[in-house]
Design a binder for this molecule. Structure first.
Ligand SMILES: CC(C)(COP(=O)(O)OP(=O)(O)OC[C@H]1O[C@@H](n2cnc3c(N)ncnc32)[C@H](O)[C@@H]1OP(=O)(O)O)[C@@H](O)C(=O)NCCC(=O)NCCS
Length: 196
């Protein structure tokens, strides 16, 4: 049987710390440019964990994309137990200079500098269903509000029930549907208005 790797991470800044119901202590951490290689390895683990008909759940990001993401001032968060990375997500915060939101097919987007978009949410296959994704989404909503972004946006594959229901549970409601023109994937667009 293929062994699923443990992915080590270091030099992270801790955003918050808490304990899972099973007693495990975890940190939500800020990921930055220095973590790109680790994020690429983690991303591959997520992609490998998906069955063929699930590949559209997670859009692969190139190293160049991640470099550009951080260079534009956007952010990323991880969930760490000890020195093991168990989840990661990108937080895109468009600016007037870089207005791209990453939303594929959402009409009537709010002004880019009011928007925070979470992308590439991935949880280690060993720890699915244990609330790692939930913690990452909550960390994103806190960061977006702190950064005075009042419109939290996300998109999910309509077939990815674990993903879209997780957003809905956290008040990031489905507001419209879209289609990815590249592969025809049917999407849900999610929006939560944050108190800032
Ligand atoms: C979608 C994903 C991010 C969810 O993260 P997670 O940490 O597993 O989710 P959580 O544990 O926080 O919550 C998921 C909910 O589904 C339930 N669930 C049950 N079995 C599950 C399983 N095998 N996988 C995920 N969720 C499961 C959880 O119990 C929870 O429901 P609850 O709130 O009623 O308890 C994760 O499954 C993943 O990485 N999937 C592959 C990549 C992907 O699809 N990314 C989405 C990009 S938008």
């Amino acid at each position: 049987m293929k062994k699923t790797p443990e992915i080590q991470i270091d030099n992270f800044d801790i955003i918050s710390s808490d304990t899972f119901k099973n007693g495990a202590d975890f940190h939500v951490v800020a990921l930055s440019k220095q973590h790109i290689q680790t994020m690429m390895i983690f991303q591959q683990l997520i992609i490998d964990s998906l069955k063929n008909d699930e590949k559209s759940f997670f859009l692969e990001k190139s190293e160049q994309y991640l470099t550009g993401h951080f260079n534009k001032g956007s952010k990323a968060v991880g969930l760490v137990i000890g020195d093991r990375l168990l989840g990661q997500a990108l937080i895109t915060q468009p600016t007037d200079a870089h207005p791209e939101t990453g939303m594929t097919d959402m009409a009537n987007l709010p002004a880019p500098n009011t928007v925070s978009v979470i992308q590439g949410v991935g949880v280690h296959p060993w720890t699915r269903g244990l609330k790692v994704g939930d913690k990452l989404i909550n960390a994103w909503l806190d960061i977006a509000a702190n950064d005075k972004r009042e419109n939290a946006l996300a998109e999910t594959d309509q077939n990815n029930k674990y993903s879209w229901s997780l957003f809905v549970k956290n008040g990031v409601d489905i507001v419209s549907e879209g289609v990815d023109p590249d592969d025809g994937t049917k999407l849900y667009n999610h929006h939560k208005v944050l108190k800032i």
